[in-house]
Design a protein around this ligand. Structure first.
Ligand SMILES: NC(=O)c1ccc[n+]([C@@H]2O[C@H](COP(=O)([O-])OP(=O)(O)OC[C@H]3O[C@@H](n4cnc5c(N)ncnc54)[C@H](O)[C@@H]3O)[C@@H](O)[C@H]2O)c1
Length: 368
């Protein structure tokens, strides 16, 4: 590991979709060194590392192939850093249902390891954790009706889900991320760590190897571009608010800059009311954009699936001065461009289902 640590930033899951976009942004800051800690279990993410290596000066980018289930490896990686972005996770609800133990070990225990490593370092690092809207369960308290091709709230006063919504973990993924989310929040209260939790809705954009299990916007667009059949779970009227990954990175930088105000806080984050779209509406948009016909297949709705989820981002906007800037159209444009640049890789990777379930064997290796 690098010896001088004036400003070293640790990104767990840094090879992934959000992590590699974040690493790119941090590497633009003069003097910041980025340490990526990732077990590379997500198919395709080695390509994100190749991309980062091609952009970054080798003295400022360090890559550890390691697993957050390995407490000692996490402690070593965190011992000299000033910021930790904890993104590594088992990310698919479907996988969590088939293997809840592994999901728990990665998401709940892995996060606990990160928090303990931050505490043990004695350096009071800033810690940002990427939680999920799934901690709010299926939102039974928000009754919905169908209007056209989407679910809408029955109440005309609905302006998105805010942080006061009741926690109602649903699905093993919801439970493991929810437990981690509460630990992260509490470490600010009990141990005085500067932690922030983002409860994120749907994030999309370039560098995402979206597949059936996770990353639906990219998965849909890639599938339409490649003429593959898409399986829609439920009626397809489910609504999500979609946020460009670059807007998310702006939000991360904003809460870090406002650290004194944001420490110990939880923020809901997504595209908000103006970037809400239903599954079938997004599919139609992919069809229009590509000129390729849709091939759809329908199956049962997934457990815990929310018919309507839209984030209320006012708290983040007022406390960190952030605002989403990019449209859904810009998101699709950037994903399509990424597909054009990496077409062969994406066809192989995103058509396959995610392969996250690596054995717990301690694995730590410097790969760059
Ligand atoms: N993308 C979204 O829409 C979204 C929404 C809500 C929350 N999140 C959260 O954001 C974070 C990043 O998600 P993403 O979309 O970039 O997913 P991703 O799968 O692209 O990235 C996750 C990374 O973590 C790595 N990883 C998995 N298990 C690991 C382990 N045991 N040890 C070390 N590394 C491991 C993977 O190899 C991958 O590179 C996750 O915590 C996810 O739960 C994402």
């Amino acid at each position: 590991m690098a010896a001088d640590s004036a400003k070293t930033v640790l990104i767990t899951g840094g090879a992934g979709f959000i992590g590699s976009n974040l690493a790119e942004r941090l590497l633009e800051e003069a003097g910041t060194r980025v340490r990526i800690f990732d077990n590379l279990s997500r198919r395709g993410v080695r390509r994100n590392l190749d991309w980062l290596r091609s952009k970054a000066d080798r003295t400022r980018l360090e890559i550890l192939e390691a697993d957050v289930r390995d407490a000692a490896a996490v402690r070593r990686a965190a011992r000299d850093v000033s910021e930790i972005y904890h993104l590594a996770a088992q990310v698919a609800v479907t996988t969590s249902v088939t293997d809840p133990r592994t999901d728990f070990e990665i998401n709940a225990m892995g996060t606990f390891h990160v928090l303990e490593a931050a505490r043990a370092s004695g350096r009071q690092p800033f810690v940002l954790f990427t939680s999920t809207n799934k901690v709010y369960g299926s939102l039974e308290g928000v009754p919905v009706k169908v209007r056209g091709t989407r679910y809408v709230a029955q109440s005309t006063k609905f302006s998105g889900v805010d942080e006061g919504e009741l926690l109602d973990f649903h699905s093993p993924y919801g439970c493991s991320k929810g437990a981690a989310d509460q630990y992260v929040r509490d470490y600010a209260r009990i141990y005085g760590l500067d932690t922030v939790v983002f409860r994120m809705s749907c994030i999309a954009g370039p560098r995402q190897f979206g597949n059936e299990d996770q990353g639906w916007v990219a998965h849909f667009l890639y599938s339409v571009l490649e003429g593959r059949t898409i399986t829609v779970c439920g009626d397809g009227f489910q609504v999500r608010d979609v946020l460009h990954v670059h807007d998310l990175i702006d939000a991360m930088m904003a809460v870090r800059a406002a650290r004194k105000r944001t420490r110990g806080q939880v923020y809901n984050l997504g595209g908000g009311m103006s970037r809400a779209v239903s599954v079938v509406e997004l599919l139609r948009e992919c069809e229009r954009r590509t000129g390729m016909p849709l091939r759809l297949d329908y199956t049962a709705v997934r457990p815990g699936d929310q018919p309507l989820y839209i984030s209320d981002t006012h708290k983040l906007e007022s406390q960190a001065g952030w605002k989403a800037r990019r449209s859904i159209d810009a998101i699709l444009e950037d994903i399509e461009q990424f597909w054009h640049q990496h077409r062969e890789a994406i066809s192989g990777e995103s058509a396959a289902r995610a392969a996250y379930l690596q054995p717990s064997a301690a694995l730590e290796r410097e790969v760059a």
